[in-house]
Design a binder for this molecule. Structure first.
Ligand code: ADE
Length: 218
């Protein structure tokens, strides 16, 4: 699953430039039976399966020992705190992250307690497993690391960096199927353009994400 993400342009370049090193480890390799079982039925009954502590602990401890850097442990689960751009910025300052992905029904609680890992969710929906969530975190955090993006991909004004969604963007051609680029963007008046963009960003955020406006101090 991770291969295609890690071989895409920005992540590939970041690894080649030694900005990041990503080590993938399969929890199943730490199962102790011949079926490579890593989950079991929940105590107390109920549907679904729960990740067993043994293989997850052994796997996490194995990964921890690969580097003297302790690493910040993160359990991917819909029960976690919501992953945001601010959280991505926070995580991008860490030297090492250990992302632990399990099945959607969740982890035995002793994994969180014993590993001292924080729980993180990438959104209010349930994925089939934490792998995609781990990829979301990798992708978002890596692009914040110095040198990971070329100038052309600069993250300066993008959505959420100032608590607002990004303003509408236009590129060539000037007219397309009767739709024209707004005159202001062709005016060369940078102060006016900045003002227009800010206004547009506010309008768009109000319409699409009113929840962001509430906590905003723009
Ligand atoms: N695993 C399943 N759903 C998830 C979510 N929304 N966030 C993080 N991990 C998950």
């Amino acid at each position: 699953m991770f291969e295609s993400l890690l071989n895409c342009s920005i992540l590939k370049r970041a690894q080649e430039k030694d900005i990041i090193r990503i080590v993938l480890t399969n929890i199943r390799d730490f199962a102790t039976d011949s079926y490579r079982k890593v989950d079991d039925k929940p105590y107390g009954g109920g549907p679904g399966m729960v990740m067993m502590p043994g293989p997850v602990f052994d796997c996490a401890e194995h990964v921890q020992k690969l580097s003297p850097e302790k690493g910040r442990g993160i359990l991917l689960t819909p029960q976690g705190q919501k992953f945001t751009q601010a959280k991505a910025v926070e995580l991008s300052k860490e030297n090492r992250l250990i992302l632990i992905a399990g099945k959607y029904e969740g982890f035995d609680e002793r994994i969180r307690i014993g590993l001292g890992a924080e729980q993180v969710s990438v959104g209010d929906y349930v994925l089939n497993g934490g792998e995609l969530a781990a990829m979301v975190i990798i992708d978002t955090v890596v692009r914040l690391l110095p040198g990971a993006l070329g100038d052309e991909d600069s993250p300066r004004d993008e959505s959420f960096s100032n608590g607002l969604l990004e303003y509408p963007q236009y590129t060539k051609p000037e007219a397309f199927r009767n739709m024209k680029v707004p005159d202001i963007l062709l005016s060369g008046n940078h102060a006016k353009i900045a003002q227009w963009r800010h206004q547009q960003a506010i309008e768009r955020t109000k319409k699409n994400r009113p929840d962001l406006i509430k906590n905003n101090k723009f």
